[in-house]
Design a protein around this ligand. Sequence first.
Ligand SMILES: [Zn+2]
Ligand SMILES: [Zn+2]
Length: 608
Amino acid sequence: MSEENIPYEQTELYKIRHTAAHVLAEAVLVHYPDAKLGFGPPVEDGFYYDFDLGQEENGKAVAFTPEKLAEIEKTMKKLLKKNAPLQNRTMGIAEAKELFADQPFKQYQIDSLAEGKLDEDGNTTQEAASEVSIYQHREFADLCRGPHVPFTKKVRHNAVKLLRSGGAYWLGNENNQQLQRIYGTAFENKEELAEFLRLLEEAKMRDHRKLGRELELFHISQLVGSGLILWLPKGATLRDILERFMRDAQIKSGYLPVITPNIGNLELYKTSGHYPYYKDSQFPPIEVDDELYMLKPMNCPHHCEVYKSKARSYRDLPLRLAEFGTVYRYEKSGELNGLTRVRGFTQDDAHLFTTPDQLEQEFIGVMELIQHVFTTMGMTDVRARLGTHELDNDKYIGDPAIWEKGIDAIKGACDRVGLPYTVEAGEAAFYGPKLDFIVRDVLKREWQLGTIQVDFNLPERFDLEYVGEDGEKHRPVMIHRAPFGSMERFTGILIEHFNGAFPLWLSPVQMVVIPIADRHVAYGQKVADELREAGFRVELDAGSERMNKKIRNAQLQKTPYMLVIGDSEQEAGAVAVRTRNNENRGAMSVADFKAHAQAMVDSFAQEL
Ligand SMILES: [Zn+2]
Ligand SMILES: [Zn+2]
């Protein structure tokens, strides 16, 4: 999108979408003259508007059908072509209530504005208004602060699209009446709209829930529970490869493994402060033998107790404790989503205990590890966001001088690694500054991955100490970091990033041996055994289907290589190599193929 540095609310695009929302409401009133209007703001990728269309005879709320949505879109386009100026005026509360006399939701809005509870977009506000702002074009008037384009024609009729409709609760509260929301989008021109719709379609094709099913990676069973992932053999293989990749990288960086249990005494979380402060996002405590235990929501408290298992001196630091730790958090059932929002997940977690002087160097080490992960995955569009404290806010705990030192250490680390970053004051946790990595994928969507968090609080709460060179006791600083974040969410993102066609080193099944006829099966088995022996993940398709069907099946599973075997391959001790991209590489000796595939794996190659 253009206008990169201007806030979205001030861009031409925002005005276009805002105006499109008004014209949508105008069009809905053409088809449903008695419709009651809720809120209709621009949003990140377009706009929406909420309506109450009344009830059917059986008491069910009238909803928009796809056919009706198409008709409304047509009407919208007609109205846009007709053109009309948007006029802004203010009026007193009483006059406004008169103007919207038959619109109960607007009445509520006007009262909320007068009481200083909600603004015109439905966001909470503190300011009580004595006047309200109205935008009007033709007969259609709406409570609105703008901004808008000056004429409806500025919204091009061929750059507007209604996307879908669905239920939405008034004020987002499920105890309130359900309204019918229409989502739409608008762009500056039809080319930009076409590109947006293409990416939307592509995102649907790549949806990790759909691919996860088709490629047999994971399953969610209601009998097991919502948000609890069953990793199927192929998904578990993929996860195992990722874990091994991370373990190897961590060994090279001097991390030490620890393993801690999935529950902990409630006293542990009272010490850490995770209970009761994060109570709402945790499963309730379990009573055992008159004591309370909790499903582990975080690994850090356990790791602090590992630190305390013996007296530490400065010679022990930095101490880097790593664990693939499974944690449980309570997420509302409506917010659960495939692998990306779950109730149980495994973090590739580690906690680094350092002296204040070691902080910058350790931070650099962590950043390099995270960048190594992204580079290996082919994620090259990466930026960082540094969350700092606000100077005049007393919610932040700890010595201001140590905060400064922490922030300087992170800035110094970014500069030395050459990573661009933005600073966002007030985005730090109350216990220390943090650095988030923002990765943009091929569909131009941004993901927050690989947070590094500096923590001055837990060492305090757990009374962690080390004996310094001076013989005195000192407080270590703690770094929390998880390059993947969670194995579940990261795998979900990877599935969409690669569209299920993983590079060879990550593919759960790397190659399928395909004998053409029964007489080639024995040799096929021998080839498969030899490749498996060499460490590759191989399947043999000895079924009775025809060769082309077998190749097609392997391509649908996005298996990198198909090794076809007929008479001539069998005689020559060779395989005919095809790829999932339908490339025919011709015959190759088994030894040559093995060497080629090994080189691709060893270099983490994206291509085949
Ligand atoms: Zn408006
Ligand atoms: Zn932690």
